[in-house]
Ligand binder design. Structure first.
Ligand code: SAM
Length: 253
């Protein structure tokens, strides 16, 4: 019933008018169901995205099609996008990857900071959202794929290891197995000393899955810290900034 009412709101073009309070309430009730295996559910394209509609309503539609992989009702806001990219010293980045760009909010920020000679691509499992990111950021290559295939995609891109991974994946709705699988896959393409940036919703930290993800980050990375809460985001969120350990030195072996 709730889904039907949301669908009607979108069809009538009213989704944009949902105020932030209502969105926060809906986020609480929808956004935290754990995804089922496998990592990516293959969605058949039903119709091409309608570029006259706003990215927000496309995002809401994507959420309704696939709640357990989209994990949010609205794209991230500008302040959260800044907090996602500002920690990185982009002048030293030779290669970067974005996981789950959605409508391209972070992609746009990455492209303005990236060195012209750096390599960059994004991986988005939802075909409609991938198309929206391509339209919004023509300079970005977007693979419509699952990030569990990141090694193969890097090979196609002729990139061995990347300096930075910026992730918009909704970790708090993933099962323990999926969290682990995707994080380990991601680490396998990250250079020693490479940086991994992702975000979490503040309200979600009450959930076991979100706490489990935080623990997993601490287990897999040498240096993990949290940004201040971005209160202006809907819902409020913070950023995890993590560093992969350096390669073991010859002397230690
Ligand atoms: C919470 S949304 C964030 C979107 C965007 N980064 C933002 O902050 O507005 C999560 C995005 O990750 C994508 N996603 C989820 N699981 C994925 C997977 N296994 N492979 C690729 N993309 C995935 C979803 O389709 C969705 O676009």
């Amino acid at each position: 019933m709730r889904l039907l009412r949301l669908e009607l709101l979108i069809e009538n073009g009213l989704a944009e008018r949902l105020n932030s309070f209502a969105l926060k309430a809906i986020h609480v009730s929808f956004a935290f169901r754990e995804a089922s295996f496998p990592a990516c559910k293959k969605e058949k394209r039903t119709q091409p995205p309608h570029f006259m509609a706003s990215p927000n309503s496309h995002f809401l539609r994507a959420f309704l099609r696939n709640k357990s992989q989209v994990g949010a009702l609205t794209p991230s806001g500008d302040k959260l996008a800044d907090a996602m990219v500002d920690w990185i010293d982009w002048s030293s980045v030779k290669s970067a990857v974005e996981f789950g760009p959605g409508t391209g909010v972070f992609t746009e920020k990455i492209l303005t900071r990236l060195r012209p000679d750096s390599k960059f691509f994004a991986v988005e499992q939802d075909e409609h959202l991938a198309d929206i990111t391509r339209a919004r950021c023509p300079g970005a290559r977007v693979h419509t794929d699952c990030v569990s295939n990141i090694s193969a995609i890097c090979e196609k891109e002729e990139i061995d290891k990347v300096d930075v991974v910026i992730s918009g994946l909704p970790w708090a709705v993933f099962t323990p197995e999926l969290q682990k699988e995707l994080l380990v896959e991601m680490k396998s393409v990250l250079k020693p000393g490479g940086k991994f940036v992702t975000f979490a919703y503040l309200q979600g930290m009450l959930l076991p899955a979100a706490q489990r993800f935080r623990k997993l980050l601490n287990d897999e990375f040498v240096d993990v810290h949290q940004s201040k809460v971005v209160w202006g985001n809907v819902p409020p969120a913070f950023v995890y900034r993590s560093v992969r350990e350096d390669a073991p030195s010859m002397a230690a072996e």
